[in-house]
Design a protein around this ligand. Structure first.
Ligand code: AMP
Length: 334
């Protein structure tokens, strides 16, 4: 019997619900205070409680060959890079992409190599000549980001980040052109088993206080911030889809060359769509994004591929199941 398991957070309910639909046993590892919450779901077969973060590694490693572990956005944030490297279980997807994701500059370079349009970035605050957004390393859900109109504001903001201990040096941040338009986060699934790229869905992140500001006439009173608190569904004008699909195909091709074995399973191109209908990608996620939680019963696009309710969690389960049936588990795990 095989387990599909993950850490209790982010998109774990969807992942385990989908795995159960595909016939797997399911496992979640979480902290004591979330036990009551996760124990109410019948599709979770095994609930592991960890005492500390090293314990997560020990407990998961005890499943060695019977567990397919699905990483999500909270994995590196919770465990840290070193502990994740100590996991010797089958990880669904390409774990070598984590390193690229964690470093804002490396991340953007991968998009650039795929010929995807990205915002300008500035090496030093001195070079800033337009509206910019300054980003901190890692997936901290937008915490600490700030917008600056000119180089003086960038320097001021960086000083504050240092005082708060959020960064040690300026090299850690990414200073990026702030693109005017609307956000759209395009979710994809690349199947190595079918050698097929599927567009899965689109979401918009609901962020404080940038999204709250539209309710307030005196916007100058509040600093915009970008803390993600939820997600909203979206569909795109159909004419945008072939464009973003091209981007995603190129991305899959480039990751195969640069970060072998390349993209496996879910990923997301986080974009701004401009007035000219240009799609500018300001970051990618190389794993399941929480915006797919909207589509537990299938998305407006997943129906076109599957004609059955297919969540991203279930799609992951389906890929593992097909890999097992064909003896190709190595193609979907690292
Ligand atoms: P990120 O953590 O990179 O996903 O950024 C957090 C939020 O900042 C996004 O969801 C967008 O609302 C916004 N954002 C990030 N980069 C840009 C950009 N280059 N131009 C405009 N908005 C951006």
């Amino acid at each position: 019997m095989y387990y599909v398991g993950t850490i209790g957070s982010h998109s774990s309910l969807q992942i385990l619900h989908g795995a159960k639909q595909e016939g797997f046993a399911t496992l979640v590892i979480t902290e004591e205070k979330r036990k009551r919450f996760y124990s109410q779901f019948k599709f979770i077969d095994r609930l592991l409680i960890y005492e500390n973060l090293d314990d997560v590694v020990t407990q998961l490693n005890s499943y060695s060959n019977s567990l397919f572990f699905v990483p999500h956005g909270s994995l590196i944030e919770y465990l840290g890079k070193e502990r994740v490297e100590k996991l010797n279980i089958k990880i669904f997807g390409n774990k070598y992409i984590f390193d690229w994701e964690a470093n804002q500059k490396k991340k953007m370079s991968l998009l650039k190599m795929a010929g995807i349009k990205i915002p300008e970035s500035f090496e030093s605050p001195e070079d800033v000549d337009r509206l910019v957004i300054v980003k901190l390393p890692g997936a901290k859900g937008g915490k600490g980001y700030f917008i600056a109109k000119n180089k003086e504001q960038v320097k001021e903001g960086l000083m504050k980040l240092k005082e708060k201990g959020l960064i040690k040096s300026e090299d850690e941040v990414l200073i990026q052109e702030y693109v005017i338009g609307v956000p759209m986060y395009f979710q994809f699934f690349y199947s190595p088993i079918l050698d097929r790229l599927e567009i899965f869905g689109i979401d918009i992140r609901y962020e404080t206080n940038i999204d709250g500001l539209r309710r307030l006439p005196m916007t100058e009173l509040v600093e915009p911030s970008f803390v993600v608190v939820g997600n909203i569904p979206a569909v795109a004008r159909e004419s945008l889809l072939p464009k973003v699909y091209d981007y995603a195909e190129n991305f899959v091709r480039v990751t195969k060359e640069v970060v072998p074995p390349g993209m496996i399973g879910p990923f997301c191109l986080e974009s701004i769509v401009t007035d000219e209908q240009e799609i500018v990608v300001f970051e990618f996620s190389g794993r399941i994004v929480a915006g797919t939680n909207l589509y537990v019963n299938g998305s407006p696009y997943s129906w076109f591929y599957w004609d059955e309710p297919m969540s991203m969690g279930r799609r992951i389960g389906r890929e593992i199941k097909m890999a097992l049936e064909k003896g190709l588990v190595d193609k979907v795990t690292t």
